[in-house]
Design a protein around this ligand. Structure first.
Ligand SMILES: [Zn+2]
Length: 859
């Protein structure tokens, strides 16, 4: 029984049989304010290479009213298992399907949201991977492209946006009809519809003769916070940069960006109608790192208009290529576009993408970048750190390997050759080989077809004068976890070695040597005979994808002077190396805290600062010896309060420290300060205690028993918005009582009433590192419930529960044993197994790191 799944084999068979010309889709959304279901009528014209053959079309809907194939009415019993059987196809076919489809509250399909501020209803679609079939019947696979024509009936006065430009609505009375022009030939997963009383701001991208209309939309309740100018500015920079690099004009008739509520991902690259999470419309002060992240997302989606939308993967096994390319493109555009506000984007890339990739690549579920995606269930759990971050890191390595000019020359040929079509990895590699003259088969085999991460270590000897006698780069094969797919291999790495001297506390690069590392030991003769510099940094400039270790002397200098690097990128690389060593138990959690406390005061990059704050908290909560943990947390909280009071008034650093203190405050004095900031009896000069910070403060007060239901209700009365309701739900679940935990658990696990966002907030509130005893009884309940959750909830909702409610806080052998017992007895589906095995790996790693921290204390 296929259920909602579709295998690669089935997709291939269907693509061999069918060619789809066009869809006419009529959606009647006049019931949107009431919810429930809506009428969806699809007429699709397609040909079949083998007349008489049978196939099927996909649909997920409560009911079907009519199925007419080539003028003949079929029994609606042919709709079963999320498919409509299509027997006896002709050479040319016309199929009409009338269905009642359902509005959702999970962020999948057609999401329906009511804004508590104005009581109005807001809709948007989210179709990747296979959810267009929740809105209209279609052949749901990326290589069956077609032209889509949408006709939408919706309440008068609404904004209705789709892939084609919004037409003037027709009709009178309570509803209007929007008849959109047909799209170009695109895949179903990038079609889109956004409807509701959204408000828009308009502009245009102009370049010579070319004029592309631009729109930005959000709910009216967010309009006062929408900084449309800044968003248009980044968007236009992206248009300039990508059109020049790709030598292909933007392929769609307009470009709208819509900030929508309760969005599961960062954004979605629907052709010409990008949806973005509306937390990107900032209601309160955020740091510059948030603006940078938003700009990166904007550029990422824009790059997809060419890579992904114009030229599309044939099947989901090349999802990695789609996402890696867009992720690489966002960073290179920020680094190189004239007037870019974030020319340091490679620092952010090292700090965030690489860290994500390294983490994911050491999980038991790690896999080669080129993943085997046998069906839709495989791809849905594969939007991971390998697909996005490792893939992008390896693309960066490829660009270093073939040269950036040759890389973009190959990309240009690829777009011209395959416009509006579908491709496989080989098509891109072929174009890059032609452009660069390099054979990429060995590169592809080493980097794309194997899993895991190499470690690079320096090996050097000095003479009595401190001159280098020998220097080599040692490469270790990945330590692949048991059960991981693929072989542990050494790889060719293009790396730079940076030499840094320490002068008046400043670490300045005095030389840089670039070389190819291959095999277990690569000599670096260029360094022989030189005087040993203060720091020797492997993989400087972050060209390759590898864990890097420092030699003992370099590590000593870095531990004391990390903040002394005058450039942000080597600082970020050293922070990453230290964090990585902490995760591996090579650096004790307490030593990582010491390093952070010495390095943070001189770290200017706010994105790095915020990452280190999160990592310190994780190190203390999970990797520190429990016997010492409270002492470490007390030190960290004290340092946070000091740094908050010392920070420049109104600065990003001040806000970052305020949030960090809110996460860790524990003494009466610290908690009193939070309460005082909230009720206005305390003040930190320059610190704006605005809507979001108020909730952050209240959350900690609730979790420590200093704010009760009345306090939460009062805050919600001040901020009775969707975001406010989510924060209130989180605060309630955070309270340190058995009743609060029971209520939170029941609302998530025993009911399916919560929306995707409220559920995520409740889970976040439930899991409090200071409340291990309170949440301990839920470990057994988790294993009793998790399989049922997986079987009955939507993909997004079940993933939140499986990952979010796993007993990660209980770093004990008993948690591993309980997980193993469940794995042995429950016989979970592969995608469910993967999520639980990944969560288990976190506990296993924490147990090892705790042992290392304990051993360090006894030194
Ligand atoms: Zn993407």
């Amino acid at each position: 029984m296929p259920g909602t799944n579709l295998t690669r084999e089935e997709a291939r068979t269907r693509a061999d049989l069918l060619h789809v010309d066009a869809y006419d889709i009529e959606l009647d959304l006049s019931s949107a304010r009431e919810g429930g279901t809506f009428r969806s009528t699809t007429v699709v014209r397609f040909t079949a290479t083998t007349p008489g053959a049978a196939s099927f079309i996909d649909l997920v809907a409560p009911s079907v009213e009519e199925i007419v194939l080539n003028g003949e009415r079929l029994d609606t019993a042919g709709f079963a298992d999320s498919r409509i059987a299509l027997p006896g196809l002709a050479a040319e076919n016309e199929l009409r399907v009338v269905a009642n489809c359902a509005y959702t509250n999970t962020g999948e399909g057609l999401h329906r949201f009511v804004d508590p501020v104005d009581g109005e209803t807001y809709l948007y679609t989210q179709f990747e991977v296979p959810d267009a079939r929740r809105v209209f019947a279609n052949f749901e696979q990326p290589d069956l492209k077609a032209a889509f024509t949408f006709t939408v009936t919706a309440p008068a006065g609404w904004s209705v946006v789709s892939n084609s430009p919004t037409p003037e609505p027709q009709g009178e009375g309570d509803t209007r009809v929007w008849r959109f022009a047909p799209t170009g030939r695109i895949s179903s997963y990038i079609t889109a519809l956004i409807a509701g009383p959204y408000v828009g701001v308009f502009d245009a991208y102009e370049n010579g003769e070319q004029k592309v209309p631009l729109g930005i939309y959000c709910r009216p309740s967010l309009r006062e916070f929408l900084d449309a100018e800044a968003i248009f500015e980044v968007t236009k920079q992206g248009f300039d940069y990508f059109q020049e690099k790709f030598d292909f004009p933007y392929p769609f008739p307009k470009y709208d960006q819509l900030f929508v509520p309760e969005f599961n991902a960062g954004a979605m690259e629907n052709a010409g109608a990008v949806t973005l999470r509306d937390q990107y419309v900032f209601r309160s002060k955020v740091t510059d790192a948030a603006y940078e992240a938003r700009a990166a997302t904007i550029l990422h989606e824009l790059a997809h208009m060419w890579f992904g939308n114009l030229v599309t993967m044939e099947w989901w096994n090349d999802l990695w290529l789609n996402e890696s390319f867009a992720t690489y493109a966002e960073a290179v555009c920020q680094a190189e576009a004239p007037d870019s506000r974030w020319p340091n984007s490679w620092t952010t890339f090292a700090n965030q993408m690489k860290t994500w990739a390294y983490r994911q690549d050491q999980l038991p579920s790690t896999h080669p970048i080129m993943a085997d995606i046998n069906d839709l269930e495989d791809v849905q759990v594969n939007f991971d750190g390998i697909t996005y971050a490792k893939g992008a890191s390896v693309l960066k390595q490829l660009v270093a390997y073939v040269g950036q000019d040759a890389f973009f020359e190959g990309v240009r040929a690829y777009f011209k050759r395959h416009a509006w079509g579908n491709t496989r990895l080989g098509d891109l590699l072929g174009a890059l080989e032609e452009a660069s003259g390099r054979d990429l088969k060995a590169w592809s085999a080493a980097w794309l077809e194997t899993a895991g991460i190499n470690v690079l270590r320096p090996a050097l000897t000095l003479n009595g004068d401190g001159d280098i006698e020998s220097f080599a780069v040692l490469q270790e094969a990945p330590a692949l976890p048991a059960g991981a797919k693929g072989e542990a291999v050494l790889r060719p790495h293009r790396i730079a070695v940076g030499l840094y001297e320490l002068t008046d506390g400043a670490l300045v690069r005095t030389d840089r040597i670039e070389l190819d590392v291959d095999g277990p030991r690569t000599e670096v003769p260029q360094l022989v005979g030189r005087h040993r510099p203060a720091v020797i940094l492997l993989n400087d400039d972050d060209l390759s994808y590898a864990k890097v270790r420092l030699d003992e002397d370099s590590l000593a200098v870095v531990t004391e002077h990390l903040g002394g690097f005058t450039d942000a990128l080597p600082r970020a690389l050293c922070w990453a190396s230290a964090w990585d060593m902490t995760r591996d138990g090579e650096l004790a959690a307490r030593d990582y805290l010491t390093l952070a406390l010495s390095g943070l005061p001189r770290e200017s990059d706010i994105g790095v600062v915020q990452s280190v704050h999160r990592q310190v908290k994780l190190a203390l909560d999970a990797y520190a010896d429990p016997a010492w943990r409270e002492e470490g947390l007390a030190r960290w909280a004290e340092a946070a309060e000091e740094a908050l009071r010392a920070a420049e008034p109104g600065s990003d650093h001040q806000l970052a420290w305020a949030r960090t203190l809110s996460g860790v405050a524990r003494t009466d004095g610290q908690l009193g300060l939070l309460a005082g900031l909230l009720d206005g009896t305390a003040e930190i000069p320059g610190l704006a205690v605005d809507t979001e910070l108020r909730w952050t403060l209240l959350n900690r007060l609730a979790a420590t028993g200093r704010a009760d239901e009345a306090g939460i209700a009062a805050e919600l009365a001040r901020d009775n918005t969707a975001a406010g309701q989510e924060h209130a739900a989180s605060c309630r679940a955070a309270r340190p009582t058995a009743e609060a935990k029971a209520a939170a658990w029941a609302s998530v696990v025993e009911s399916d009433e919560l929306t995707n966002y409220v559920q995520a907030s409740v889970i976040g509130g439930f899991q409090q590192a200071d409340q291990r005893a309170l949440v301990a009884p839920y470990a057994a309940k988790y294993f009793a419930a998790v399989k049922g959750v997986w079987e009955t909830r939507s993909h997004e909702i079940s993933q939140q529960i499986i990952v979010g409610l796993y007993p990660s806080l209980l770093v004990e052998q008993a948690t591993l044993d309980a997980t193993d017992a469940w794995l042995a007895s429950a016989d979970p589906a592969p995608a469910l197994r993967r999520q639980v095995v990944e969560a288990r790996a976190g506990v296993e790693r924490a147990l090892k790191a705790q042992a290392a921290d304990r051993a360090a204390a006894q030194r």
